[in-house]
Design a protein around this ligand. Structure first.
Ligand code: AMP
Ligand code: MG
Length: 392
């Protein structure tokens, strides 16, 4: 698994960057650090509704000389003996150094009585306290999460340099495949991988073209693959095994795809194929839907992330405890077991689902995580610490 992932990343170069308006940048990955255009906050502002005063004047009785609303600063500064009403987000006037919350003050006849000494600076949000102008708000390689979009907007950044979205073509193969909604003839099944893989690709940041499934016919494969190869990344499903109708690798070779590897010691997903044509990445995932799902997480998602310049593109496994009885290791292949992820006072607990066969997508759809049972002899006892990968 690790060797295959290494080979994929060796063949993956980040895509060029482009300037993107923030409105269209959700989920994109920054190609350059984004720096604050202004101090954040841009001016000392009030954290409360209350009265802006001088701490040195407290306790005491002060004259209210004006009201400051958010977006409507005072025209004059504050002198000793004076107070100004101020709303949350209002600019603290020159001369004031503290805001007394409205709850602690009674105003009568344009005067406020403040009973106790106030501490300079309290309830004042200092200019630049969150970020200074020119400071990095988000590093290169970080995805623009909702919070980061908010941070960039707050810092006055209207657009950002982001990696291009990888263009990905998804091509399901198999004569037996029908669209859901169509009637199944004898021996036919509904096509699941196209939607499954398209959704995974989109979630990983790719711009996806889902192609119509092709039958197990060389001519149909050639035409569809030729079109698919216009994208940066081609993801096929099915037809990469050893049967006489498994045509994907052969036709790809005819189209100039150089195979980098075929078959990985993982379960499910053993017959996965990976090749390149120039900078284009070509993944052949097996047809069983769970194999496609797992193969995507282990091998395709890292490539999509690397194309976007994510600094740590490989799956991030976490540690948790296995429950539900002992599990026998597979001697030849690392196994990825579909499991529920539960929380307990002792940490994460992984409960394998019943029905682990690679065609059982309905069972696998309930999984929160893939538990890695590394290959070897014997069994993993119940309660052992295992590595798991969260599914999104
Ligand atoms: P293959 O990898 O082409 O040998 O297919 C392995 C198994 O997965 C077979 O049972 C196929 O019928 C099934 N399969 C292939 N492609 C799909 C698909 N797109 N959706 C659902 N099942 C599929
Ligand atoms: Mg097939």
């Amino acid at each position: 698994m690790a060797e295959a992932q290494g080979l994929i990343l060796e063949h993956t170069r980040p895509l060029p960057a482009e300037q993107i308006r923030l409105e269209a940048a959700a989920g994109r990955v920054l190609a350059e650090a984004a720096r604050a255009a202004v101090d954040l906050p841009p001016f000392a502002s009030s954290a409360m509704d209350g009265y802006a005063v001088r701490a040195a004047d407290t306790p005491g009785r002060l004259t209210v000389i004006g009201r400051i609303a958010a977006g409507e600063p005072a025209a004059v500064g504050l002198e000793s003996g004076q107070a100004m009403g101020i709303s949350t987000g209002g600019a603290v006037p020159q001369g004031a150094d503290v805001v007394i919350p409205i709850e602690y003050v009674v105003e009568r006849d344009n005067e406020v009585e403040i009973d106790s000494p106030a501490e300079a600076g309290s309830n004042v949000r200092p200019r630049g306290g969150d970020a200074r102008a020119g400071e990095i708000v988000a590093q290169a390689g970080s995805p623009l999460t909702p919070a980061r979009l908010g941070a960039l907007a707050a810092a006055g950044i209207p657009e950002a340099r982001c990696a291009q979205r990888p263009r990905a073509a998804v091509l399901p193969t198999g004569t037996e495949l029908r669209r859901p909604g169509e009637t199944l003839a004898a021996g036919e099944i509904y096509e699941a991988n196209g939607l499954l893989l398209s959704a995974q690709l989109a979630a990983a940041g790719a711009a996806v073209e889902l192609m119509t499934a092709v039958g197990d016919d060389e001519g149909a494969h050639r035409a569809a693959l030729e079109q698919a190869l216009e994208a940066d990344v081609v993801v096929t499903s099915g037809g990469v095994s050893v049967g006489p109708h498994d045509l994907v690798r052969r036709v790809e070779a005819e189209l100039g795809v150089e195979e980098v590897f075929w078959r990985v010691a993982v379960k499910p997903g053993k017959p996965i194929a990976f090749g390149v044509r120039g900078e284009k990445l070509v993944f052949g995932l097996p047809g069983n839907p769970v194999s496609a799902l797992v193969g995507f997480e282990l091998f395709v998602r890292p490539a999509i992330r690397a194309l976007q310049g994510v600094p740590e593109p490989l799956p991030q496994f976490e540690r948790g405890r296995l429950t539900g009885g002992p599990r026998r290791r597979n001697q030849e292949r690392d196994e990825l077991v579909r499991a529920r992820l539960l929380s307990s006072p002792e940490g994460a607990v992984l409960e394998p689902l019943s029905g682990q066969d690679s065609h059982m997508i309905a069972r696998a759809a309930d999984a929160d995580a893939l538990v890695l049972i590394s290959r070897g002899e014997g069994e993993i006892t119940d309660g052992s610490l295992v590595d798991y990968l969260r599914l999104e």
